[in-house]
Design a protein around this ligand. Structure first.
Ligand code: ZN
Length: 100
């Protein structure tokens, strides 16, 4: 099959991501919304705040094969670049401060 996972640019609602983002690290994951740590990598729901994870970000470097495996287990998830997300939210925070 001539298919592969490639990263692409898309516009997202940052507030929506902030509310339902699971951030995957080396051994466990954390909830971006309530900051609970030590969450199972394949959790669908946050054991801390009960949010349903829709977005997945990564603190580690991942490749297409890893995302492919994860996607098979979490077909509902949207995989985002966590660095992009942090940059985007950082910019928004700066903009808010400038508006005051
Ligand atoms: Zn949570």
């Amino acid at each position: 099959m001539n298919r592969a996972f490639l990263r692409s640019w898309e516009e997202f609602n940052l507030q929506e991501i902030e509310k339902s983002l699971l951030v995957i690290g080396e051994l466990s994951a954390d909830c971006y919304s309530c900051h609970k740590i030590g969450i199972d990598l394949k959790a669908h729901v946050c054991p801390g705040c009960g949010t349903n994870f829709k977005y997945i970000g990564f603190r580690k470097k991942v490749d297409g094969a890893y995302v492919h495996r994860l996607k098979a287990e979490m077909p509902y998830a949207v995989f985002i670049d966590f660095e992009d997300f942090k940059k985007a939210t950082g910019k928004n925070e700066a903009r808010k401060l400038l508006d005051i």
